[in-house]
Design a protein. Sequence first.
Length: 306
Amino acid sequence: MKSTSQTYHHQPFLPNVETIIGSVPEFGIHIWLFVSALRLHRILPPEEITRVLRVKTMRCRRAVPDSEIFDAIENSAQIKNEQDLNLYGSPDNRWPEVDYYDIQEVVSSYDNPIKRLWEASAFGSLQYYHLNFAPALVQMLFPGDPLICAGESVKRMKTRHVFEWGPEICSTELIVPSPMIAREGMNLKGEKSTRCLANTGPRRFLVIEFGGATIEAQACLHMHLAMRLPLAMVVHSGGRSLHGWYFVAGLSEDSANSFMRYAVSLGAGPHTWTPCQAVCTPGGERRVGSELVRQEVYFLNANYEK
């Protein structure tokens, strides 16, 4: 007789899991994996989270590779102790549900979105194909030589002044989209950290990331959002998503939150609302398997502050 001990062992987790993460959405699978992993870290070990997410995504709209699941688990593990539940939606104040009708309306309103983004770019004095592009771009985004936090991974983040980084910024994958106020701060575990809420300064950019849709559809959504706030830049992650950098310096938190909530209703991930959340370094490098992939800038407005 076939043993049922393994099935019995996993069964007690299933009701809790269904309540916590729900069903896999048709749109925004990449972001759903991240948020689901973040929530499951509170009740399950990483290997069990892997099993649950594999089972949940077996019959979804597209194939979900193990590498995408592993990334979601690893990335969410790094910030799970930096999050307040309100950032993802408390029982009384949840982030809005995704409005698939609105998404379809927006996406169907634009033709040739990638071409339109590129043609609308205003690089100013920056030379896109020049070796010094990434350092010059970072100087443009963070004028005045403030402290910025960047690194090759979430485990290897460093906080330095812009000019200290120099060409080394080209080899980073991740960056915090707002200046830092100190090289280190005390995180919620009471430990010193180069990237935490305590040493992150006022918001300069709010980065919106869409996942799960095609790159073309994401470009449409960013063009739509750009009618609400200044869009400084759109960066390709080197994988499946486009990151839009929206200029919010001086904007009230309520106004920024209202914009974020609208973006979430269009399928954006709420995790980038966290001020210290690291995002793709524009012009930086991301390791995909054994290869280094450049995180290309699809759109740039060097006059974003005007």
